[in-house]
Design a protein around this ligand. Structure first.
Ligand code: PGA
Length: 251
């Protein structure tokens, strides 16, 4: 299987012109661009090879109706959006996202025919308790976040993003996860989901790693066989570096 790469632009760039420029540069096969929703139509208009991802989805099971301020998943679908990031740690930490709301969002996405990119990962406090502690934490998160889609079929993308590794690549003294333990975590996640036929074993699971992936460290993560791709934040805003990362991944 080819590695998938998701460019998570977060709230950037502010101007539509810059978003268009960035999208043109990053439009490559097996690359999925997750722009701010506001730029989605402009990005869609210029990409030819890549795919589109929302950065979040509103938990609206009815898919349409009177929900002021929400974006209908059907609008995303109509826009050609195939994926949605759900439960990113920044939303969990700063925007009141809970496992309950995340579970609803995962359900909404699958109902609407959008592939969820569920983000999970432990904080540094949890990790301080050791790897097994972190593993149990992550598996519990997954269990809760996938609670409403037990017994289903389809594709689920799980992005393992240790919270303490996100956005650290640019800072002096930043912490980067070691690739072996990242690979092991993703392996554990896959094994956990494959365990019971009645729960999630019928889903095709894709395991991504995210947390300060850059040109300087992509090589070591690529060696891990359990890692099927990457969720790239900061480096996806630097087109030259991002293209280099994709080139290394596909070489
Ligand atoms: P980062 O972000 O690559 O800047 O660490 C990844 C993410 O938050 O998805």
């Amino acid at each position: 299987m080819k590695h998938l790469v998701i460019a998570n632009w977060k709230m950037n760039p502010v101007s539509t012109e810059d978003a268009i420029r960035l999208a043109k540069e990053e439009d490559m096969r097996d690359v999925i661009i997750a722009p701010p929703s506001f730029h989605m139509p402009s990005v869609r208009a210029v990409i030819k090879r890549g795919a589109l991802c929302a950065q979040d989805i509103d938990p609206i099971d009815a898919l349409s109706g009177p929900y002021t301020g929400a974006i209908s998943p059907l609008l995303f679908k109509k826009m050609g959006v195939r994926y949605a990031i759900i439960g990113h740690s920044e939303r969990r930490a700063h925007l009141g996202e809970t496992d309950d709301s995340i579970a609803k969002k995962v359900h909404t996405a699958l109902t609407a025919g959008i592939i969820p990119v569920l983000c999970v990962g432990e904080t540094s406090e949890v990790r301080a308790g050791g790897y097994m502690n972190a593993r149990d934490f992550v598996l519990r998160q997954i269990e809760r976040d996938l609670d409403l889609v037990r017994g289903g079929v389809g594709k689920l993308i799980i992005a393992y993003e240790p919270v303490w590794a996100i956005s650290t690549n640019n800072n002096d003294g930043g912490v980067i996860d070691d690739s072996e333990s990242a690979g092991e975590m993703i392996q554990n996640i896959k094994a956990f989901l494959a365990e019971s036929m009645k729960l999630w074993a019928q889903y095709k699971i894709v395991g991504l790693y995210g947390g300060s992936v850059g040109v300087n460290n992509i090589g070591m993560f690529l060696k891990e066989r359990s890692i099927d791709g990457f969720l790239v934040g900061g480096a996806s805003l630097r087109a030259k570096e991002f293209k280099k990362i994709v080139e290394i991944i596909h070489s």
